[in-house]
Design a binder for this molecule. Structure first.
Ligand code: 13P
Ligand code: SF4
Length: 350
């Protein structure tokens, strides 16, 4: 557990974190990437942290991999690479710097460590968990195998290293349907997201998919009534859902895709109005790059993703903590499942 008082006192001694209009004005190029969503007075508070983090990153030979759900000041201010879970996993394999600071949730940091074990992987808050990752253990995988003998286990990357190690192959929201379709068996076990599994079952009807009953606390909150009511009141809005939403919600929307799939879809289609049925920072992060689109409608916040802040990133770089460690034997088995996914995704993309 972070001691905020001690952390703030130490950071204030070492770095000049006083809000500065002059510094913020000198960083106008960075602010321009988010000025539709971050007013200048707020940027004045963020600027000293952004400057300190970017300087420390260079001094310590570190890179920041940030998920699409990070807040705009992280996404545009300090990230070296942004993306969805699959993109971040692929990028982790290519990192040459000594340190990876994973701005996302714990399973993402573990995945980076599994794929690039020689690097130090820091997570700015170890309590940045995930309701899906917490919903299943390796024992749960064993139970599913006992119930469906011979069926391969496809585990979402939103799982712990132990669960990945007990699985045959991983998937992300961007490749789940292709992975399932490419497996030779007819019955496939998907864990731990029941809704992703049901959405994949609709896309790959030739397979019998059985699932674990986990869910994402952000996406399970949406209902088809929400979508239909919103559409009735806001005609002409393009409505796009993440596949962690229940299938009746996905059915009520115009498109469903991974977080990067959603970004690509609105960027290509440029609707006048769009509602992203996912985490709130998604629309904020792409708002300035797509000024012709009015992002509207309700969104839900992921309390785990929101644990990552500029202050904690600076602290992680300053102290070199928390470093994510994975037992080498577990990491070895988990790597097989993640690398199989990456290879299969690349083969399907060709
Ligand atoms: P993506 O792989 O689509 O980025 O999803 C990760 C996630 O946790 C969404 O809730
Ligand atoms: Fe996990 Fe849902 Fe948060 Fe994604 S949005 S990290 S699936 S709890």
């Amino acid at each position: 557990m972070l001691d905020f008082t001690a952390m703030r006192a130490t950071l204030a001694e070492v770095y000049d974190l006083t809000p500065s209009v002059e510094l913020a004005s000198s960083m106008a190029d960075i602010h321009a990437k988010m000025d539709r969503v971050i007013p200048f007075p707020d940027f004045v508070r963020y600027a000293p942290y952004i400057a300190a983090i970017n300087k420390l990153k260079a001094e310590k030979n570190a890179v920041i991999l940030a998920h699409n759900y990070m807040t705009p000041e992280i996404y545009h201010g300090v990230a070296d690479v942004v993306g969805d879970s699959l993109q971040l996993a692929i990028e982790a394999t290519k990192v040459e710097a000594d340190i990876i600071v994973q701005c996302g949730v714990h399973f993402m940091a573990e995945t980076s460590k599994i794929l690039n074990p020689a690097k130090t992987v820091l997570i700015p808050d170890v309590e940045a968990g995930c309701s899906l990752a917490e919903s299943i253990t390796a024992e749960g995988i064993a139970q599913m195998r006992a119930r469906y003998p011979g069926a391969p286990v496809v585990s979402y990357v939103n799982t712990t290293a132990e669960v990945k190690a007990a699985s045959d192959i991983c998937c992300t929201s961007s490749n789940a349907a292709q992975i399932v379709a490419a497996l030779p068996e007819e019955t496939i076990i998907m864990t731990p997201d029941q809704y992703l599994a049901q959405n994949v079952a609709n896309m790959v009807p030739q397979k019998k998919i059985v699932w674990w009953e986990g869910s994402c606390i952000v996406h399970e909150q949406y209902t088809p009534e929400d979508i239909n009511d919103f559409r009735a009141m806001n005609p002409g809005t393009m409505i796009i859902a993440h596949p962690e939403c229940p299938p009746d919600v996905v059915d009520a929307c115009d498109y469903s895709g991974s977080t990067s799939g959603i970004i690509d879809y609105v960027t290509t289609n440029k609707p006048a109005k769009a509602m992203l049925v996912t985490e709130c920072s998604m629309a904020s992060n792409i708002s300035d790059a797509l000024p012709e689109i009015e992002f509207t409608g309700p969104c839900n916040m992921c309390p785990y993703m929101k644990k990552i802040t500029l202050e904690k990133i600076l602290w992680a770089l300053h102290t070199g903590s928390e470093a994510v460690e994975v037992d080498p034997e577990v990491a070895g088995k988990a790597r097989v499942a993640v690398e199989r996914m990456i290879e299969l995704s690349k083969a399907v993309a060709k």
